[in-house]
Every structure is written in C-alpha cells, then in structure tokens.
Design a protein around this ligand. Structure first.
Ligand SMILES: O=c1[nH]c(=O)c2[nH]c(=O)[nH]c2[nH]1
Length: 291
C-alpha cells in the first residue's frame, strides 16, 4: 500500500494585533485577528522531521507585529497582501501564502456630545474580513463581513411550501425575518478602493434586506447578492450564509389573550441555515481564492 503526503499548509492562527496611531491628541485604533498559512514543498518536515524549510509559526507571528510597526496597517486587504508577498518572496520553498484577517470595530465614546480623543467602545459583534491568497506574483482577494445581525418586523412571508405528514409549520403572510449575515465576495480586477468598496457593499446588503419584500429567506439572499453584483463591478462572485433566526409568535390563548404578532419567542436553536452563491456568468476562473 503506497502512502503519501497530501495537501498541507501551516501557520500561526489568530494573532491578536491592536495598533494605536496618534495624530496629536487624537488616537486611532486598529484591532485585528490575523492568521497566516504557508504552502510549498514541506515534505521534509512531515516525512523526516527535518525542519530546514520550516519558517516557524512563531516567526510568522513576529512578522505580523513587526510589519504593523514598520508602516501603517491601513486597509486589511493591503496589510494581508504585504504579509503574503513577503513570505512568498523571502523564502524559496514557500510558494503560496494565505493571510486571513478579521477586523473588530471600535467607536469613539461620546462625552458631552463630542467624540472622545482616546476612549472607545466596541462596535458590536460584526467583523470585517479578508482572505488573501498569494502565489508567486499573483494574488486573489476574498473580503466580507460576519455577524451582521438584522431583523425586519414586516415585509416577510413564507407559504406555498409542500405539506406532508410531518409538516406542522403554519403558512404565514406576516412574520419577523431575522438573520446574522455572513458575506464573502471575491474581487476581480485591480486598483480596488478597499475601504469604499466595503462600505458600499455593506450598504447595499442592508438596504436590500430592508426593502426587498421577502417570500423566503432564499429569495432575500439572492436579491442581496444580485444587488451587490449589479452595483459593484469589482465583485465577481458573492457567497452568503444566513441563519434563519426564528421568531415564533407565542400562543397566549391559555391566558385568554390574543397575539396579533406582537409577542414572540426568539428561538436560538435549531435554526434554518440558508446559503448560496451569486455570481456573474462571465466571472474569471476563481483559482485558489476559496480553497
Ligand atoms: O424563509 C424560509 N425558508 C425556508 O426554507 C424555511 N423553512 C422553514 O421552516 N421556514 C423557512 N423560511
């Protein structure tokens, strides 16, 4: 029986990096979780324990911190590209690098109606994300967001689904629709304004969720993806994952009360999980972007 080493990669996962940039008295925060993963001919360490090709994961972590000092972190896509290119250029045995960054938001605390210079509050659970893959002189960028929690209390229906002997769900023409959006989009072309693109895509996702009358979360998912592709030429493909955060109207009958869609039980589990990709017909080959 022949046994061999298959695909492999290694790196430092979830390096927590916070930077403070000072412009006079005003401080600016960046709060990132950075993961690096290197690929290449790493057979020796796996087969014999010879580590002469292994760029230690500790070195990878140190590189993240040193790069944050050497020049401004900037947009997460640019920082990931700098790191990925460094590992591929610096070490001949490393042919590919994957850098994954989550950005955690902070907002200035308002004191007496004015934003404070150096005191912040966490902006919530939502994260901005990027995954950059570098191979030789090529790269692929997949950016996105996670845990964008949204709810609409009207404009959502769900009916017309098949009924069998296990079906108990009532048809509804008026329900709460709530989800936590995970969106990842693959960029095409060059010279993307990462900051503006992110802000616009987030706006489009939110506006479409709010305004699209929903007959299913699947329909809402497609509409959100379609709107992003229609407005943002730099996006080749978008993948959405949206848990259906069910809100069940509570039966108040036992208490002699009616419930006109005012009192709900917010269930956390189980939840429907609706996922899908929306893409252009003529999208270029995604290469290793999603792998
Ligand atoms: O928008 C929905 N899609 C479904 O597939 C589904 N299934 C379900 O029980 N409720 C819902 N809602």
């Amino acid at each position: 029986m022949a046994i061999r080493l298959g695909p492999n990669q290694y790196g430092k996962a979830e390096v927590r990096l916070v930077t403070v940039t000072r412009t006079g008295a005003v401080h600016h925060l960046k709060d990132l979780t950075v993961s690096t993963a290197l690929r290449g001919d790493l057979a020796k360490t796996h087969l014999t324990g010879d580590n002469s090709d292994v760029v230690a994961t500790d070195t990878q972590k140190n590189t993240v911190y040193a790069f944050a000092k050497e020049s401004p972190v900037g947009e997460i896509e640019d920082f990931a590209l700098r790191l990925g290119r460094h590992f591929v250029r610096e070490f001949a045995q490393i042919t590919g690098a994957r850098v994954t960054i989550d950005e955690h938001g902070w907002e200035r605390i308002t004191v007496g109606g004015r934003p404070h210079d150096h005191a912040f509050s966490r902006a919530g659970e939502e994260k901005r994300t990027t995954v950059v893959t570098v191979e030789n002189d090529r790269h692929w960028v997949v950016s996105g967001l996670r845990d964008l929690v949204v709810l609409k209390s009207a404009g959502s229906e769900f009916h017309g689904f098949p009924r069998d002997r296990y079906t108990t769900l009532a048809e509804t023409h008026d329900r709460i629709l709530a989800t936590a959006v995970t969106a990842r989009w693959r960029y095409q072309g060059r010279d993307v304004d990462w900051h503006k693109s992110f802000a616009e895509i987030r706006r489009i996702l939110l506006e479409t969720f709010a305004t699209k009358h929903s007959l299913s979360l699947q329909q809402t998912l497609y509409a959100m993806g379609e709107a992003v592709l229609a407005e943002r030429a730099e996006v080749a493909e978008i993948r959405l994952s949206m848990p259906n955060k069910h809100h069940f109207a509570v039966d108040l009958g036992p208490f002699g009360l009616t419930n006109d869609n005012e009192v709900f039980h917010a269930a956390d589990r189980p939840y429907g999980l609706i996922e899908g990709t929306v893409l252009r017909d003529d999208a270029q080959d995604p290469g290793p972007a999603w792998e």
